[in-house]
Design a protein around this ligand. Structure first.
Ligand code: GDP
Length: 458
């Protein structure tokens, strides 16, 4: 979180329920939004796909998560690592929206705006839902403390206060973006929250209490004046856009198996990246969702702790890490790697109603003689085609593999299906048939244009 330097206060609240965005209610010509959802444990390359889809979009809405997302977009020789701001910001025709399901660290938001602006990206269209929750300094502190106290049982959170902010949302003591616009209410809510937080920090964790005045000066004095012009009624903007026949992209962070409800609990995030979370986090009903695109890596990676049935080690793991640059965008942590897991894919198709899949990083497998695919799990003599619900079972499953021949061809220059060697096509077709879902796009390199439209059916 950035340090506050100035201390002037916003003197009046200025919340208005009239959306400031560019859309007007009109005839309903189209009733669908597109969702992009990760089908594994994140880092599947959502950034690149959302960026590609964004070209045809009018609105891009981030629907959950915080600044632990770390999308990377490579364009025109420039690399943009976006943590909080929707990737659509790079397109002048798009209104990027941070939806109500997101938790916002205002210091991070503003420094991301500053970084993008310094690179010539216009952030003036950015809208932030007044109902999104704020990450507060005590959330950072509590995140650090709880992870430290969990010791070897720690969850491997990014310690950015995201989990504690969502916890406060659930226990209804959270502060929201709209509170920044009303100093009196902000201060009241802060004092209520701080009373309990400081007691916990002092009595449980032996930490010094946080100073309410300093927090208020920072949030109301430094952040509020800059964030106020961005604050809007995001739900109204989304529905006006739908009504006007505009195209909307709902962009999540993390992925299906990090979903608080559908993921490998407790090694999950504290929100709902699954398609259902797109509805609640953007204020849109399930019937408005059209394409629900699952994004999968051609192998699997995971950061931090938690079960990982197809995990590899040794030379193969090193090869995938090296060729795929499998280090966290924000944390630099080496990712765990494993073979593609169609049990996960099948489950992701189920819980998200995926209409199609985009498969990224196929090129990373280019040098292999053979590739394995997990088609089922086994534990205690039982075969599992879908993820076992029981955590203990998932921890002891062994993968059932099928082996396919590698293609040993550089795919990086492929621009359509005919450029893919037969063995690479067979690999993709096998995943599609095992997953029971069409694979529409295949990634063959990090560049924006290295996403081939192949349309392989299941
Ligand atoms: P996200 O959080 O899901 O967007 O995932 P990351 O930000 O970790 O992005 C994945 C990384 O892989 C980025 O550096 C991308 O440029 C890169 N990438 C995306 N698609 C491909 C691909 O098809 N091939 C290769 N080699 N790299 C890719």
């Amino acid at each position: 979180m950035s340090q506050c330097v100035s201390a002037h206060r916003l003197s009046t609240g200025s919340y208005t329920d009239q959306p400031k965005g560019p859309f007007r209610a009109g005839e309903r010509t189209r009733l669908s939004a597109t969702v992009v959802v990760g089908t594994q444990w994140g880092d599947e390359g959502k950034g690149k796909l959302t960026d590609l889809l964004a070209r045809d979009m009018d609105l891009v809405v981030r629907y959950q998560g915080g600044h632990n997302a770390g999308h990377t977009i490579v364009t025109g020789g420039d690399t943009f690592a976006l943590q909080l701001i929707p990737s659509g910001v790079l397109y002048p025709h798009i209104t990027p929206i941070i939806g109500n399901g997101v938790v916002v660290d205002p210091g991070v938001l503003l420094s991301e705006v500053d970084t993008l602006s310094a690179k010539g990206v216009d952030c003036s269209r950015l809208r932030v839902s007044g109902n999104a929750h704020l990450i507060m300094p005590y959330h950072h502190e509590l995140d650090r403390m709880t992870e430290r106290y969990l010791g070897k049982n720690r969850l491997g959170t990014t310690k950015r206060g995201i989990g504690p902010a969502y916890a406060d949302k659930a226990t209804r003591v959270g502060l929201r973006v709209q509170d920044l616009l009303d100093p009196k209410i902000f201060r009241q809510k802060l004092d209520v929250a701080l009373k309990e937080k400081n007691a916990v920090l002092a009595k449980v964790y032996n930490r010094l209490p946080l100073d309410g005045d300093a927090i208020a000066d920072c949030y109301l004095g430094e952040y509020a004046p800059r964030i106020e012009p961005m604050v809007d009624d995001a739900v109204a903007l989304v529905h006006q856009a739908l009504g006007a026949g505009k195209n909307i992209l709902l962009e999540g962070a993390q992925a299906t198996f990090l979903d608080l409800d559908q993921g490998t609990y407790p090694y999950v995030t504290s929100s709902n990246p699954c398609a259902g979370g797109a509805c609640t986090g953007a204020g849109i009903g399930p019937r408005e969702l059209g394409r629900i695109i699952g994004i999968a890596k051609a192998y699997v990676t995971r950061v931090g702790s938690g079960p990982f049935p197809t995990e590899l080690d040794g030379d193969l793991a090193d090869l995938l890490v090296d060729r795929g640059h499998e280090y966290g965008t924000n944390t630099g942590r080496r990712r765990r790697t494993g073979w593609f897991d169609t049990v996960m894919l099948r489950q992701a198709v189920r819980v998200n109603s995926l209409s199609e899949v985009a498969l990224t990083k196929l090129d990373v497998l280019d040098t292999l003689d053979a590739v394995k695919v997990c088609v089922a799990y086994e534990a205690d003599g039982v075969r599992y085609d879908f993820m076992p619900y029981h955590q203990s079972v998932l921890h002891r499953v062994t993968p059932v593999y099928e082996e396919l021949p590698g293609w040993r061809t550089d795919l990086s220059g492929a621009t359509d299906l005919s450029d893919l060697p037969t063995r690479a096509r067979d690999y993709v077709a096998f995943l599609a048939s095992q997953g029971g879902v069409p694979i529409q796009l295949v990634g063959v390199g990090p560049g924006r244009e290295q996403l081939v439209d192949i349309g392989i059916r299941d």
